[in-house]
Structure formats: C-alpha cells, structure tokens
Design a protein around this ligand. Structure first.
Ligand SMILES: Nc1ncnc2c1ncn2[C@@H]1O[C@H](COP(=O)(O)OP(=O)(O)O)[C@@H](O)[C@H]1O
Ligand SMILES: C[C@@](O)(CCOP(=O)(O)O)CC(=O)O
Ligand SMILES: [Mg+2]
Length: 329
C-alpha cells in the first residue's frame, strides 16, 4: 500500500492565457490531495473517493461492467473523476512497463473541487506517483508532471496547459510558458487569502468559451496577449520583492479575465470585498465561472471582510507550499 500527496495551487497570474502560449505563475498552497494505492489480484480498479461529494462514493471500474457508485452521485461527476484516476493509472502502468494491474484506490482531499485550486491536477499527480511506487518504480517530479499533463489534456478535451500539473508536482511558485516549466526561486512571502463561494466552474467549458471568443473578436485575442504582458511585469515585480506592484497587477489581471467572460457575480463580489478591505490585490483563480478568488493581504482585514461577504461560503489563509508531490509514510 502506498500513499502519495500533492498540493493544490492558486494562480498569481496568467490562467487561460497560458493555454495560448502566454506565461503564467501558479503557486502551490498547503492544501493537499492524498491518493492511496494498493495492488489487487485482478485487473479492476476500485475507487473510493471520500471527498468528491458530501458522502463520497465507491465505484468498481473496469473488467466486464462498471458498477454504479454506492451512493447517489451525479453520473458526469463520477465519470470525470474516473477519467482522471483511470488516466493516472494508465500513465503509471506505462511508466513502469506493466500491461495490466488492478488497484484499490482511495482519494482524500482538502482542496475544494472544481473551484480553481487545481484539485484535478493534485489528484492526478498524487495518483501517478502512488501507483508507480506501488509497482516498485520511481519517477522524478518533472516526469510525474509531464504524465499528469497528458491526463489533464485528455480529460479537458485537448485543451490544457502544463501550469497546474507542473506546479502541483514540483511545488513552490512556478513559471510556465508552453512546455518551458521552471520553479521561481527567492520569491517574497506571499500573504494569500482565499475566498470560496462554495460553487464550481466547468474548466473544459470555460476554456472552450475563451477559445471561441478569441476566434470571433480581435479584442479577446488582444486581451489574452495583454494578460501575457501583465504576467511578465508581475514576474519582474516578484523578483524585486515589490508585493504592492504584484497586487496591482493581480487587479488588472482580474479585469481582463472578466472581459473574457470567465468571472461570475460571486467572484466579482469577493474581489470587490477584498479591494474595499485594502487588499494589495485580488483576482479569481483558475478557470473561473464560480469557485475561488485569491487576494494578497498582510493584515487580517480581507479575511474578516470575506467572512462577512454574502456569497462567500468560506475564507482561509493559504501559505505557499514549497513541497510538491511526496510520498506519505
Ligand atoms: N477529492 C476528489 N476525489 C475524486 N476526484 C476529484 C477530487 N477532487 C477533484 N477531483 C476531480 O477533479 C475534478 C475537478 O477538476 P477541475 O474542474 O479542473 O477543477 P479544479 O482543478 O480547479 O479543482 C472533479 O470533478 C473530479 O473529477
Ligand atoms: C483555465 C486554465 O488555465 C487553468 C484551470 O485551472 P483549474 O482547473 O480551474 O484549477 C486551464 C489550463 O491551464 O489548463
Ligand atoms: Mg483542474
């Protein structure tokens, strides 16, 4: 039996635009998905996902039939989750050159799902790592990242960047542009506050929406490029340790994401609450449509303001996680 864990992330800058070759800077946060893998005697996968819904679900997959889960979970949710887990196992078998093998798999996570904190990437990264180790192999974090990207690419219907999966695999603050992925060293302390509306956005759908807008309107293509400019300025500010400028650029980034149609009333409301509480900056994180915003604030003001903001279900501080994927004893 092997357990690996991997962190979720917030985007300081650059989600969506990163899909079109602009740079992005995601940062791993101290909220993890843990995947436990145990080899079975047959070639089936039994998955227990305790935190996928309030009740969690258990499903046995593969072989002749796919069982229905033991609780009433919407079919698309189960299929998506099985897509990620199936993909992770397939990558692990390929990595160690084993043709078929069944596993009992347990997924536990304290990353809200579908909310822009990269729960999908964390589950896939931890899943690949655990399954490879269970079969006696070992991959370095970069190799896990590349294989996890293949899975996200497939499940998100051919539209994904390497940002989430690389960040979750290596940890820390990273910079991703196309297949050029690197860790950023010596970043200043980033006082993240996350606001969560309790909802979700469909990553695949939101990414497809931006693609359509970009094809139809020049302004949208220009907006994607402008996000790239903000990211480059943001990186320079980070390197100088100029957090005030980082915050200002996050505000601009949120405005441009709104123009691309991926914000939501709840996200805008939380962003404004953070701004009015004198946050250094605030923006939605991840695909958008619902889910989380990330703000920078050294004081408790934004945290407190978000807790009293209608539409914000929970707010929490999130510290940078310098660890990426790791095996859990
Ligand atoms: N705890 C979990 N157990 C099983 N599957 C999960 C879990 N967390 C996330 N997932 C999978 O990841 C999907 C959410 O991914 P996505 O829409 O990309 O949003 P995000 O990555 O921002 O959380 C879920 O619908 C599910 O398929
Ligand atoms: C919108 C996008 O840039 C980030 C999606 O992040 P998340 O799955 O919502 O955490 C898509 C991608 O990079 O694959
Ligand atoms: Mg995701």
């Amino acid at each position: 039996m092997t357990t690996s864990s991997a962190p979720g992330k917030v985007y300081l800058f650059g989600e969506h635009a990163v899909v079109y070759g602009e740079p992005a800077v995601p940062c791993a946060i101290q909220r993890r998905a843990r995947v436990t893998v145990e080899e079975r005697d047959d070639d089936r996968l039994q998955v227990q996902a305790n935190d996928l819904t309030l009740d969690g679900f258990t499903v046995t997959w593969g072989g002749e039939t796919n069982d229905r889960p033991d609780v009433d979970v919407p079919a698309p949710l189960v299929e998506a989750a099985m897509g990620y887990i199936d993909g992770a196992i397939e990558q692990a078998l390929d990595a160690v050159d084993v043709e078929e093998c069944g596993f009992d798999i347990t997924v536990e996570s304290d990353i809200p799902l579908g909310a822009g904190l990269g729960s999908s990437a964390a589950v896939v990264v931890a899943g690949i790592d655990a399954a490879v180790r269970e079969l006696g192999g070992e991959l370095d974090a970069q190799a896990v990242a590349e294989r996890a990207y293949e899975v996200e690419y497939e499940v998100q219907s051919g539209e994904a960047s390497r940002a989430d999966t690389f960040c979750s695999a290596v940890g820390g603050a990273v910079r991703v542009r196309g297949d050029d992925c690197r860790r950023l060293d010596d970043v200043p302390t980033l006082p993240f506050v996350v606001g969560y509306d309790g909802g979700t956005g469909d990553t695949g759908e939101l990414v497809a929406g931006v693609r359509e807008l970009r094809e139809e309107y020049d302004f949208a293509a220009d907006t994607v490029e402008s996000i790239g400019d903000i990211v480059r300025k943001g990186e320079a500010a980070l390197q100088r340790g100029d957090i005030e400028e980082v915050g200002r650029l996050m505000d601009f980034n949120h405005g441009l994401l709104s123009a691309l149609g991926v914000s939501a009333r709840s996200l805008d409301t939380m962003v404004w609450a953070a701004r009015e509480a004198d946050a250094l900056g605030a923006k939605l994180t991840g695909a958008g449509g619902g889910g989380c915003i990330v703000a920078l604030d050294r004081t408790e003001q934004t945290h407190t303001a978000l807790e009293y903001t209608p539409g914000c279900e929970t707010a929490f501080r999130a510290a940078l996680d310098t660890d990426g994927v790791r095996v859990e004893e």
